[in-house]
Design a protein around this ligand. Structure first.
Ligand SMILES: Cc1cc2nc3c(=O)[nH]c(=O)nc-3n(C[C@H](O)[C@H](O)[C@H](O)COP(=O)(O)O)c2cc1C
Length: 419
């Protein structure tokens, strides 16, 4: 039983049923997404902090421009003035997507992971600008994530590509799916695919922090498939979260999923955006180093390595330049936590901020080491080099291992000059 025995049919196209999930901020890089596309699968880029990402890879200066515009506010606890320039958001998104899709070379596709919880001081307008610009720039698919996305389809219903772009939704429960579908049916725009993300995934989780252990991906996928069958809705279901080997993936597909979305194995790929030093942290992690906590100001639990530098952040909120998590009244949990800690600070004692982190800076600086539950197994997937560091496989090696491996085996990469 192997993944290569199957193909994922989406509208009139067939793909290798392996999707590399979106990993913000720029962990699922253009290069990582393109490696899946080249091999006939689907790769995601993410639009998390897109202005900042565009500045990093395309030498634009949206972040500096915004920081300069609002520099007068830097010492102010009230961040309600800090709106994003919607034209800049759209332009950055367009440049980033064009940069990626213009390099397509295979038969696969490039999708974009778009998170509703990235509220950017004006959630509806900024999400609309990002989705519309991605479609304008030729994205093959939009994966709606991090939120119920009840009103998201309404935001783009007048876009010329509304019916032709692939639209998918990530859900972690049947209840979340039915809420989304209610509106989708009203708009006569069913999703083209549904990603069921279970409790072992990386990034934010769609479960309560204290009960994710009570759920398992197999049961949720089966429940969703049975529901769609009962409702006579033919929408492919993709399983995500904790699928570590090609055999794990093939097992899901054999039992009714149309494909799998995977991410953790690719965090250590050479094409992943994490700095090499951080990739070694992932590879060295043990099971007890992986925690689910509630420090994200989004309000969702998040899985990360417990030695993530972001957990020790005491930096002043950087919303004048970033500010991607400001809600519609200009608030973010970290701002409160920071100013409360500042007020409570005793002279000469270091400040500690409990319970919240500045996720914008943490993710932008690769200091928030979010990861899937199976991260501690990454060492099974590669080899240690004579000087003591782990060899980093290419995304192609990992993708082909998922596609062709059998019997739970993992093909380790062969470093140059070995074997
Ligand atoms: C480092 C990392 C960052 C992630 N970031 C995001 C994200 O920005 N948005 C999102 O919807 N999912 C995110 N995810 C979830 C993945 O896209 C994917 O669905 C999930 O992790 C698959 O499970 P696996 O990592 O066990 O293979 C992230 C996962 C990882 C490992």
């Amino acid at each position: 039983m192997k993944v290569d025995n199957y193909r994922f049919q989406l509208r009139d196209k067939e793909y290798v049923p392996i999707i590399i999930g979106g990993m913000g901020v720029n962990i699922s890089t253009t290069e990582l997404a393109l490696s899946a596309e080249k091999l006939g699968g689907i790769g995601h880029i993410s639009d998390a902090e897109v202005c900042y990402v565009c500045d990093q890879i395309l030498s634009t200066s949206y972040t500096t421009k915004k920081r300069k515009k609002y520099s007068y506010n830097a010492g102010n606890r009230d961040k309600s003035d800090l709106y994003f320039d919607l034209e800049d958001v759209a332009e950055a998104q367009k440049k980033y997507v064009e940069h990626t899709v213009s390099q397509k070379s295979g038969n696969g596709a490039i999708f974009m992971n778009c998170m509703e919880k990235l509220t950017m001081r004006d959630s509806a307008s900024t999400l609309k600008a990002r989705l519309a610009a991605a479609m304008d720039a030729g994205i093959d698919g939009l994966t709606l994530a991090a939120g119920l996305n009840i009103r998201t389809l309404d935001l783009i219903k007048d876009h010329p590509r509304f019916k032709d772009v692939n639209i998918g939704i990530i859900i972690s429960s049947l209840r979340a799916l039915t809420i989304f579908l209610k509106r989708a049916i009203k708009l006569d725009r069913l999703p083209d695919y549904i990603i069921v993300e279970g409790p072992l995934a990386g990034g934010h989780l769609g479960f309560a922090p204290d009960d994710w252990q009570n759920y398992d991906l197999q049961s949720i996928v089966a429940e969703v498939i049975a529901y769609l069958k009962k409702e006579e809705l033919q929408i492919p279901v993709i399983a995500a979260g904790g699928i570590f080997t090609g055999t794990d993936a093939a097992t899901f597909i054999a039992s009714g999923a149309a494909g799998v979305q995977v991410a953790t194995r690719f965090t250590i790929a050479r094409e992943s955006g994490l700095p090499d030093k951080v990739k070694q942290e992932y590879l060295n992690a043990e099971q007890q180093d992986i925690v689910v906590n509630t420090v994200s100001p989004t309000g969702y639990p998040m899985r990360m390595l417990r030695n993530s530098p972001t957990l020790r952040y005491t930096a002043k909120p950087n919303c004048e330049g970033l500010g991607y998590l400001l809600d519609n009244s200009g608030k973010c949990g970290y701002i409160n936590a920071y100013y409360e800690a500042l007020e409570a600070k005793v002279d000469n004692k270091p400040m500690t901020i409990k319970g919240q982190t500045c996720l914008c800076s943490g993710m932008a600086n690769y200091d928030c080491w979010t990861c899937g539950d199976t991260t501690y197994r990454l060492k099974e997937t590669t080899v240690k080099q004579p000087e003591g560091t782990w060899y980093l496989p290419s995304a192609e090696e990992i993708f082909l291992d998922y596609q062709f491996s059998t019997d739970g085996k993992i093909a380790k990469p062969c470093p140059p000059g070995v074997g």
